[in-house]
Design a protein around this ligand. Sequence first.
Ligand code: 4AD
Ligand code: MG
Length: 429
Amino acid sequence: MSSVKGALSKDQVGKKVKLKGWIYRNRSSGGIVFAVLRDSSGIVQITVKKGTVPDGDFDAATKAAIESSVIVEGEVAEDKRAPGGYEVRASKFQLVGSSEGFPITEYQSTELLLDLRHLWIRSREQTAVAKVKASLLRGAREWFHENGYVEVTPPIVTGVAPEDSTTLFQLKYFDRIAYLSQSAQFYLESLIYSLEKVYSLTPSFRAEKSRTPRHLAEYWHLEMEAAWMHNEENMDVQEQLVVAMLHNAVAECSEELIHLKRDPATLKKIEPPFERIKYDEAMETLQKKGIDVSWGSDLGAIEERELTMDRTVPVFVVNYPKELKPFYMKENPEDNRTYKNSDLLAPEGFGEIIGGSERETDNALLVERLKEKGESLENYRWYLDLRKYGSVPHSGFGLGLERIVTWVCKLDHIRDSTPYPRTVARVYP
Ligand code: 4AD
Ligand code: MG
């Protein structure tokens, strides 16, 4: 048994292969069926000639409709006209599962493709994205492992709102109310007192009502937290991690990247360090570009696009005004209107892929900020405890996996970075 990819090489020519896959295209003319077979590794042309296979097999090949599953045996031959330059000349063709009237044809509306997502994920584009995503993730896990981080498993059902209490998904939890996690951060913070350097990959949930090309209601969140770390080093970690992810994707998935119209060379060139610009400088740059912002304005999609459009390498924006960020961040001693935090913006207009900061260690300050927000201190008692027993300077960040995939794969919309996107309008299929 071989894979399609295994059949596509010069040293396979003349060899017998047995391929299992799905019909990608099929046409017949003058006693020959030209089928294209797809499996997880790619596509290959199959020719089935009347007389060289049993009559029943030829009949099956003629009728095998798009997405039928088949098993083909045959010999590999060079053929310049075939996709990939090789074809398999069948000696056996077996239909395993028929496929009548596959509902996706060449030109389909975005909505229809979302309704038929369970079938559309078979497309070559979706397959390529899935492989790149897996590769980015593997690069990240390897980097964390090599650098002494321990992977941990925080809860998804929680009583705290680390980010924005307006985007919480509430859930009936026995006879109480609980929330779906927005971020594992607080739990990771609690784990650094024993493990020092931790990371987790969890689903995060944001009840984002606005429909934007970069927000999902459910996404995969890669987060890290480290004891004894200040925000400068936190940013060093982020740039090294991102580069490790990119380089792994280039090493493992250059064909997929090219299929997605991303030149792997642009990613390969990216090396640390990334430029670090202050929020104030970002404001000045935007004002010079004629964008109507002033000190205190948030950086939304439009502003981040302006800041990154002409860049090919990610950039950090550091020290945001406190009003724009959550209560747990550490005050910036050089300008107490701001925090010791950073957002990492992907280039080419893509914008934020990571949010990170040093964490506030002063209990009184945290209590004050929680009260200002009208939060119940009771829910945060355990979090505040962490500052009472051997508190240490610490920092961490969260990377949106679908955000980095959207950038790396040059996707127009974040929904294509995940097999089953969850948005305000969609939980089916
Ligand atoms: O900037 P955020 O909200 O930061 C946190 O959640 C921190 N508690 C993380 C931490 O320090 N441990 O989210 C982090 C990242 C963003 O930079 C973005 O990449 C992604 O999560 N993200 C989303 N991705 C897709 N859809 C959404 N609705 C997202 N919201 C945030
Ligand atoms: Mg953020």
